[in-house]
Ligand binder design. Structure first.
Ligand code: I3P
Length: 221
């Protein structure tokens, strides 16, 4: 599973460039109306194009990027099926379900993912590189099999140093010019969501009717 981290997916300089020179993207207009034909303005419908920041900001608000600081971008499951159909996966409950579905049949994976997320967080807050760079459009890649589960930081095409006079904490709200990316907002929400997945799985297991079946099974063996 690929989760794009942060509350913002475009660089501040991309925004500034788009303000100077308005380039309309037909492909992004097409992607927009496929999801919501009412999303473009009358003007955008007339020109059959939207600017890239307009599309990116819209994408952030229809998904969980702007509220939870990350979004699910794509999943490939053990049965070989893959999906990028998560553009409107926005609420915490929808994401909990997506992670349960992803880890279904891999009962050990959620706890290992949770541990790895906590380790990544602890490493990042100590990191000089993290303190001095904004990470835009970067992802966490979740990979598991029956025995192992881990997470890797990937995609650094839009990871850039913050200007010398600017300090970021990756958790404060973004305002134009402050370079905040919300990376830790995303990590913290992922941690909390995995805690929910683990608790829900545990309570499913201790549910009396399921417990009875498990007991009967173990007596039979
Ligand atoms: C794409 C996604 C990518 C972005 C790409 C978008 O939208 O936001 O992150 O690439 O821009 O089309 P979607 O996921 O809805 O398909 P960058 O992050 O590299 O800008 P692009 O078409 O200009 O490559």
């Amino acid at each position: 599973m690929d989760c794009k981290i942060g509350v913002r997916t475009y660089l501040e300089e991309e925004l500034a460039k788009a303000k100077e020179k308005t380039k309309l993207r037909k492909d992004m207009y097409e992607k927009m109306i496929q999801i919501d034909p009412k999303a473009p303005s009358d003007e955008e419908h007339r020109s059959k194009g939207v600017t890239k920041p307009r599309y990116m900001i819209w994408r952030e608000t229809i998904s969980s990027t702007s509220t939870l600081g990350f979004r699910v971008d794509g999943v490939k499951k053990a049965d070989g099926t893959s999906s990028k159909d998560f553009k409107t996966t926005k609420t915490r409950d929808q994401i909990v379900e997506a992670f349960k579905d992803f880890t279904n049949s891999f009962p050990n994976a959620p706890a290992r993912y949770l541990e790895r997320l906590k380790n990544i967080r602890a490493t990042l807050v100590e990191s000089h590189f993290f303190r001095t760079h904004e990470l835009i459009g970067s992802s966490l890649l979740f990979v598991h099999d029956k025995r192992r589960a881990s997470i890797w930081m990937i995609d650094f095409a839009k990871t850039v140093p913050v200007p010398d006079n600017v300090n970021i904490d990756h958790a404060s709200a973004w305002k134009v010019g402050n370079h905040e990316d919300g990376y830790l907002i995303g990590i913290d929400n992922l941690i909390s969501i995995f805690e929910t997945v683990i608790n829900d799985n545990d309570s499913l297991f201790t549910n009396p009717s399921i417990e009875k079946t498990v007991r009967q099974d173990s007596l039979a063996t």
